[in-house]
Design a protein around this ligand. Structure first.
Ligand SMILES: [Zn+2]
Length: 138
């Protein structure tokens, strides 16, 4: 004969095995309602599924997958800069970016991030992003 591990009364009948916070304990009938029946597995501590950071949604960025940088973004930027008679340094001053960065972008070795792209788009009134379209235009 055993006693209830919750209230301490003697368990006259079979008692109940329940899980309380993951521990299997033997309790009386009235206390058995407080826990989970032993038939069910104790809850396995489930770690939240690790998600790769890449798939994290960035809701505050308005660009989504349907907008991509045009292939010749560096030509567009370069042509716009030349048309305005600006050097890399001058343009850099105007849009508060480093000239070296602009050079890299115009050489195509670096893609402007969205902030810079937006800046350039506004500054030159150009479009650097294009909608991804399933229909072929060319
Ligand atoms: Zn009890």
């Amino acid at each position: 004969m055993s006693t209830c591990e919750i209230c301490g009364t003697q368990i006259l009948d079979h008692g109940e095995n329940i899980y309380v916070e993951g521990n299997l304990i033997r309790v009386c009938k009235s206390c058995s309602k407080r826990g989970k029946p032993s038939k069910s597995q104790p809850e396995i501590q489930r770690k939240p599924a690790m998600r790769p950071k890449k798939t994290e949604r960035l809701d505050r960025i308005t660009f989504d997958d349907s907008s991509i940088l045009v292939n010749n973004f560096f030509e567009v930027i370069r042509n716009s800069r030349m048309a305005n008679g600006l050097s890399h340094e001058q343009l850099g001053l105007l849009i508060k970016e480093r000239a070296s960065l602009l050079r890299k972008i115009e050489s195509g070795s670096l893609k402007p991030d969205e902030v810079l792209s937006k800046k350039l788009e506004r500054f030159f009134r150009i479009n650097l992003y294009t909608e991804v379209d399933s229909s072929d235009n060319e």
